[in-house]
Design a protein around this ligand. Structure first.
Ligand SMILES: Nc1nc2c(ncn2[C@@H]2O[C@H](COP(=O)(O)OP(=O)(O)OP(=O)(O)O)[C@@H](O)[C@H]2O)c(=O)[nH]1
Length: 428
């Protein structure tokens, strides 16, 4: 019988260890815990170990000096397989590093060798209600929170990773609710439900959650989780509304140099499609779709000065001078990350274009520009989406610019596959 696994995510200090310690105290099962921390000192393992009655068979294994989601992917598999071979336990909890992306960790238990002995049950993300409200709520503080900034690789803003953890999970535990008012808590929950419509949301203090919600819940479904993000659902609905198939692959993980296969719509430069859930707490959502490239400098200038109420913006964009590169734009509160996540099909050889188009008969195609386009999901509070759309429209090439030479434009956008350009709200 395979051992069920729960992956516990959440930013540094959100309360993962507090929750885990309670879980180990309250649950009768023999639970093994794998803790991943970036850095040499594994505080979490010490803490959990100290609180764990090892005589019951609970095991704590620490993975140090790296992040399990990227460099240590195979080490994660090796460690959990070794754990399974050498110890007898009924359940595994993986406490992921606060800077880890959950999806690659989850995939290790689905498609990797760890998929044999283990069965992924749930991905749970713990959110610090106070910090989330300060970052995204009505009283958004002007200065970025202390932990905001690039991750240890220097290429991804931490806000981006925080939202990815929220967007790829089955259960959201809103912790530290003692530090927010009822109104603040309600707004945090409403925002989380917009960012992640699929996940169940529970609010708590000091990680007091019924273990049945986290263990053996049977929640996980890889496909549903991969498509769960609010931004992705908005983009899919927008594309479907245009008469195209859902754009399920606009996420960076789906874009490989050789595997670019998103759907597109007709050549509707002025297309304006709204997907409005019931408006609550001033939350606004919108989509932006254009089949005309952005002027690189004007676009980056707008990214450096996005409205304070914008919480999330994500999707593919077409930037003049980057005719090969499909660039994912991802904004998460304070910074925008532009990353080359694939190639436009229209930039491939005729033969490969034909093969892609044959395999995707519904792919709409502009005679001149092929599949190049910008399609973004926008989520915010108390902001004028019309103003934001107008500002983005001002970044599009003018008719005269369309006829000029684009390669001579000053262009800070990334070029190579996986390259990123990060633009701060403060213009940095
Ligand atoms: N006020 C308040 N403090 C909390 C709550 N939950 C946890 N804390 C405190 O927040 C701090 C961080 O909690 P941890 O459980 O260590 O957080 P973590 O997510 O494991 O942190 P990392 O291991 O750094 O990723 C500790 O001092 C906890 O006592 C809560 O609900 N309210």
């Amino acid at each position: 019988m395979s051992v069920p696994v729960t992956i516990l995510c959440g930013e540094l200090g959100a309360g993962k260890t507090t929750l885990l310690s309670r879980l180990l105290e309250e649950d009768e099962r023999e639970i093994a815990v794998l803790v991943n921390d970036v850095g040499a000192v594994n505080v979490d393992a010490d803490l959990v170990e100290a609180r764990t009655d090892l005589t019951t068979g609970e095991e704590v294994l620490a993975l140090e000096n790296g992040c399990i989601c990227c460099s240590l992917g195979s080490e994660l598999s090796r460690s959990v397989i070794q754990l399974w071979k050498e110890h007898d336990f009924e359940y595994l909890v993986v406490e992921a590093s606060g800077v880890g992306e959950p999806e690659p960790i989850a995939r290790q238990f689905i498609r990797g060798p760890a998929g044999g002995p283990y069965d992924l049950d749930a991905v749970v993300t713990v959110v610090d209600a106070r910090r989330f409200y300060d970052r995204f709520g009505d009283n958004t503080v002007a200065a970025p929170p202390a932990q905001q900034g690039a991750d240890e690789t220097g290429s991804r803003p931490l806000g981006d990773l925080l939202l990815e953890q929220i967007e790829f999970c089955d259960l959201l535990v809103v912790n530290k609710c003692d530090l927010v008012s009822d109104a603040e808590r309600e707004q945090v929950v409403a925002l989380l439900e917009t960012l992640q419509p699929r996940a169940e949301v529970v609010t708590t203090e000091y990680g007091t959650v019924d273990p049945a919600m986290l263990l053996d819940s049977g929640r996980f479904d890889l496909e549903a989780a991969s498509d769960a993000a609010g931004w992705k659902q908005m983009i899919q609905a927008d594309a479907a509304h245009d008469g195209s198939p859902p754009e399920s692959s606009s996420d960076e993980h789906d874009h490989g140099d050789n595997d670019h296969n998103h759907g597109h719509d007709d050549h509707s430069h002025d297309h304006h499609d709204h997907v409005h859930p019931p408006e609550r707490y001033g939350i606004e959502v919108d989509t932006y779709h254009r089949r005309r490239p952005f002027h690189p400098e004007r676009f980056l200038a707008v990214l450096a000065d996005l409205p304070a109420g914008l919480v999330r913006a994500k999707g593919l964009c077409w930037i003049a001078g980057r005719e090969r590169q499909a660039i994912t734009m991802s904004y998460a509160g304070t910074e925008t990350c532009l990353e080359v996540t694939g190639r436009w099909i229209a930039s491939l050889s005729d033969e490969r274009q034909a093969a892609f188009r044959e395999s995707q008969p519904d792919l709409s195609w502009d005679e001149k520009w092929g599949d190049r386009e910008t399609r973004l999901a926008l989520i915010g509070r108390h902001l004028s989406m019309d103003d934001l759309r107008a500002r983005l429209d001002d970044c599009l090439l003018t008719d005269a610019e369309m006829d000029a030479e684009w390669s001579s434009l000053e262009n800070p956008a990334p070029t190579g596959m996986g390259d990123t350009t990060v633009v701060g709200d403060d213009g940095s």
